[in-house]
Design a binder for this molecule. Structure first.
Ligand SMILES: O=C(O)CCC(=O)C(=O)O
Ligand SMILES: [Fe+2]
Length: 426
C-alpha cells in the first residue's frame, strides 16, 4: 500500500461513529407531571390528571377516550390506518402540560450526548407537537419523522411514568439498532414517582413503536430545530469540540506532496440524510449538519479548506442543488448527460485514475476526488423520490443523501483551493 493510500486509511479510521440517538431518564419536580386537558363531552370540560405511576386506570382510560385516532403520512396524504399506526393523539390546543414549560431546561442535559462539535453551543428550539396515548395493543410501525424544514434536526419523545409494558421504541440507522424499553426503565428507576424517560434522535433515523402489552404509554413528542436566533449559549466547558485525530490525519494527507500535487477534492458521504426542497439550493445544509457530520465540518474548517454540500449523481457529477428525479424519469446515465448539457454540475474522477470523459463537453473540467467515506450502494444518489412513511404527510421537504466536498489547492498552498481547476477536456 502506498503512503497516500495508508494516509487515506488513517483519515477514514478517524471519522467518528457515535450513535444518532440518546435515551435515558430524568427526575423532574413532581408537579410537572400534571396534565390539564379538555375531555370529549359535548361541552368539553377541563380535566386534571397526574401522570404518575399511581394514576388510576379509569382516569388514564378517560384520557385515552378523549384522544383522536392518530394518523400518519404516506407521501402527500394523511392517513388513518390502524394496521400501520394505532395510537391516540391529542393536538396541542387541547392540553397543557407543566412539563412542557420546563422542557427547555431539560434540553441541555438531553442533547449533550447527541449534538457534537460546535452544535453543542447552539440554541435549540423544541416545538411541542402532540400528546400520544398508546394503550394496550397500540403501536407505530417503521417510519421516519416528516421533515418540517431545513433547520429541523431531530425529534424528542418524553415518556411519562404511567405503568406500561411493551411499547419499546426501536431505532435503526445504518447497521446500528437500539431498543428502548421505557416501561422497564421507568419502573426500575431509583425514584419512579417523579422520573420521566426521554429519547432524542436525529429525524432521519428510522424508528418504530412495538405493541404495548399492558398499561398506558403516554408521551409528549417534540420537533427539534437549530434556532435562527444568534443568542450565544455559554460555551460548554471541557467538551472536546473537535475530533483532533481527524483534523491531524487530514492535515498529514495534505502535507504529502505525492497526494494530488495540483490540488483536488475530498468526499465525505454524510452519515445522515437532510431535508431539502426539490431543486432547492444545498447552501444552507452546511449550517445544519447533524452529529458526526458536524464533526467532519469542524475538522475541515479548522484546516482552512473550502467546504460545500453537494449531491452526487452516478458517482460522476457533483451538483450544488437537489434535483427532482420525478421530473426526469428514465435512467441515471442519460440524466448525467442532461444535467451537464444544461451547464450544471462538476465532473469528478477518482484521485488515482484518469478522468472519464463519457459525458464531458468541450471546455469541461473534471476534478480529482478522493473518497474518505464513499456513497454505499444503498445511498448512491437519492433516497426514494418521496418519504414512504412519515409521522405526517409530506410537507414539501424531502430527505436526501448528500456529500460534504472539501476542496484544497496545490502542494505548499493547500488552503488556496480556488487555484485547482481540474483536468480540462480540450
Ligand atoms: O412514542 C415514541 O417513542 C415515538 C413516536 C413516534 O415515532 C412519532 O410520534 O412519530
Ligand atoms: Fe416518529
Amino acid at each position: 500500500m502506498s503512503d497516500v493510500e495508508q494516509q487515506i486509511k488513517s483519515v477514514q479510521a478517524a471519522v467518528g461513529n457515535s450513535d444518532p440517538w440518546v435515551t435515558g431518564t430524568i427526575q423532574v419536580p413532581p408537579d410537572t407531571l400534571d396534565l390539564y386537558y379538555l375531555d370529549k363531552s359535548s361541552l368539553p370540560q377541563p380535566q386534571l390528571l397526574k401522570l404518575t405511576p399511581a394514576a388510576a386506570v379509569d382516569d388514564l382510560n378517560k384520557l385515552s377516550m378523549s384522544c383522536d385516532r392518530a394518523t400518519f403520512g404516506r407521501a402527500k396524504e394523511e392517513l388513518l390506518d390502524e394496521s400501520y399506526r394505532k395510537a391516540g393523539k391529542m393536538d396541542v390546543e387541547r392540553f397543557s402540560s407543566k412539563l412542557d414549560s420546563n422542557v427547555i431546561r431539560l434540553l441541555p442535559g438531553i442533547l449533550f450526548h447527541l449534538l457534537k462539535g460546535e452544535d453543542l453551543d447552539r440554541k435549540v428550539d423544541a416545538e411541542l407537537y402532540k400528546l400520544n396515548v398508546y394503550d394496550t395493543g397500540c403501536f407505530f410501525r417503521v417510519h421516519k419523522d416528516t421533515p418540517r424544514g431545513e433547520r429541523m434536526f431531530g425529534s424528542l419523545v418524553i415518556v411519562f411514568p404511567t405503568p406500561h409494558t411493551g411499547g419499546q421504541l426501536v431505532l435503526r440507522h445504518d447497521d446500528k439498532e437500539h431498543n428502548f424499553d421505557s416501561g422497564t426503565v421507568l419502573s426500575n428507576s431509583p425514584s419512579p414517582n417523579d422520573t420521566i424517560a426521554y429519547i432524542a434522535f436525529f429525524s432521519d433515523v428510522e424508528h418504530e413503536v412495538l405493541p404495548v402489552t399492558s398499561g398506558h404509554r403516554i408521551t409528549l413528542t417534540y420537533n427539534l430545530y437549530f434556532s435562527k436566533s444568534t443568542a450565544q449559549v455559554p460555551d460548554s466547558l471541557l467538551v472536546p469540540k473537535t475530533n483532533f485525530k481527524l483534523r491531524d490525519t487530514i492535515s498529514a494527507l495534505l502535507d504529502n506532496p505525492q497526494f494530488l500535487p495540483k490540488g483536488g477534492l475530498l468526499g465525505f458521504a454524510l452519515s445522515h440524510s437532510y431535508a431539502v426542497k426539490s431543486r432547492g439550493s444545498l447552501n444552507g445544509i452546511l449550517q445544519v449538519l447533524k452529529g458526526e457530520d458536524a464533526v467532519i465540518r469542524s475538522a475541515c474548517e479548522g484546516l482552512g479548506l473550502d467546504l460545500a454540500i453537494q449531491s452526487v449523481m452516478g458517482n460522476q457529477v457533483l451538483l450544488d442543488y437537489a434535483i427532482d428525479l420525478s421530473s426526469y424519469g428514465e435512467i441515471e446515465g442519460s440524466l448525467v448527460a442532461l444535467v451537464l448539457n444544461e451547464g450544471h454540475g462538476t465532473l469528478i474522477h477518482p484521485y488515482n485514475d484518469e478522468p472519464d470523459w463519457e459525458y464531458g463537453n468541450e471546455g469541461d473540467c473534471s476534478k480529482a476526488l478522493a473518497w474518505i467515506k464513499g456513497l454505499s450502494e444503498s445511498r448512491a444518489g437519492y433516497e426514494s423520490p418521496y418519504i414512504a412513511y412519515g409521522n405526517q404527510a409530506n410537507l414539501g421537504f424531502e430527505y436526501i443523501h448528500l456529500t460534504l466536498v472539501v476542496a484544497f489547492g496545490p502542494v505548499g498552498d493547500r488552503k488556496n483551493w480556488s487555484a485547482y481547476k481540474g483536468e480540462e477536456l480540450l
